[in-house]
Design a protein around this ligand. Structure first.
Ligand code: NDP
Length: 273
């Protein structure tokens, strides 16, 4: 079978787990796929996308800092990506660049497996980048009550208007986390084990869930503090595997079966532990 070529494009991507996930699916499904992590300087996205259709790419995953700025450079943007205002998957088809978003679906998949009901629940999203957009788009569909806090107020307010969310800065995170049913860290704080978007001693509501999109380390300072305060916790690895599963479906037409997704998740958990 002819091998396919794909990559995750971003900066930084050196420590991305996406190549390991796609390698695992490729081996198990006997679908030859060469998948690499490609570091691209922020100013070179348009040039790389312009050249891509003449090269044998099947698709790209797109990550920090390109998820939003790639939109106007694509030939077509599909519904979920338009709703989120962010693209994390590109499929190259007959010289055309088509953008998708699988982060929203990936974000919800672990919550569905845990049986978390979101309708009317207070959701607090920390961060206002590409990932936060997908999270807010997903939570809006689930009819949660939305609030977004960010380091820079202007981006929080922009997302607030776009998604019907109350908006503010991270200075308010400690107080508002204590009132929320779901607190999502959609900032990179905690990557490499350093930093948290919440101040020390933050309280959580009884039964609240702390969901960190950061997946390395498995137990971030945000999750450790939430656990100590009695909250339930969920790390970002399950989302990463779920969005990769949806990406596979876009590129190859069918998603890897659920049992295989679970197997790959456990395999990766083992490497992060
Ligand atoms: P972006 O660069 O688009 O956005 C980053 C956001 O975090 C911005 O709101 C930014 O605030 C804020 N931020 C960055 N640095 C700091 C800091 N030092 N202190 C406070 N706030 C900060 O990134 P993404 O939205 O694409 O990704 C965010 C995180 O989510 C990353 O760690 C990424 O790896 C993770 N992720 C995980 C996924 C998964 O499947 N588990 C999927 C997608 C993302 P400001 O606007 O002020 O700059």
């Amino acid at each position: 079978m002819r091998p396919h070529f794909a990559a995750v494009i971003g900066d930084p991507v050196r420590r991305s787990l996406s190549p390991a996930i796609f390698r695992a699916f490729s081996l198990r499904l006997d679908r030859p796929l060469h998948y690499r992590a490609v570091t691209l300087e922020p100013g070179r996205l348009a040039e790389a996308l312009g050249r891509a259709p003449s090269l044998p790419w099947l698709g790209w995953n797109v990550t920090i800092p390109f998820k939003v700025r790639i939109l106007p450079l694509l030939d077509r943007v599909e519904g979920e990506a338009l709703a989120a205002g962010a693209v994390n998957v590109v499929r190259f088809e007959h010289g055309r660049r088509i953008g998708y978003n699988t982060d929203a679906e990936g974000f919800l998949a672990p919550l569905r497996r845990m049986g978390v009901a979101l309708r009317g629940k207070k959701a607090l999203v920390l961060g206002a980048g590409g990932a936060a957009r997908a999270v807010l788009a997903a939570l809006r569909v689930e009819e949660a009550e939305l609030r977004v806090l960010n380091r820079s107020r202007a981006s929080a307010e922009e997302l607030g208007r776009a998604f019907g969310a109350a908006a503010g800065t991270l200075d308010e995170a400690g107080r508002l986390a204590a009132e929320a049913d779901l607190v999502v860290n959609a900032t990179p704080l905690g990557q490499g084990g350093e930093g948290s978007p919440l101040p020390p001693g933050t309280r959580f509501k009884k039964g609240a869930l702390a969901y960190d999109l950061v997946y390395r380390p498995a137990r971030t300072p945000f999750l450790a503090a939430a656990e100590q305060a009695g909250a339930r916790t969920l790390g970002g690895l399950a989302m990463l595997v779920a969005q990769a599963t949806a990406t596979w479906r876009i590129w190859f037409g069918a998603a890897p079966p659920p049992a295989m997704q679970g197997e790959v998740l456990r395999e990766l958990e083992g490497t992060l532990a």
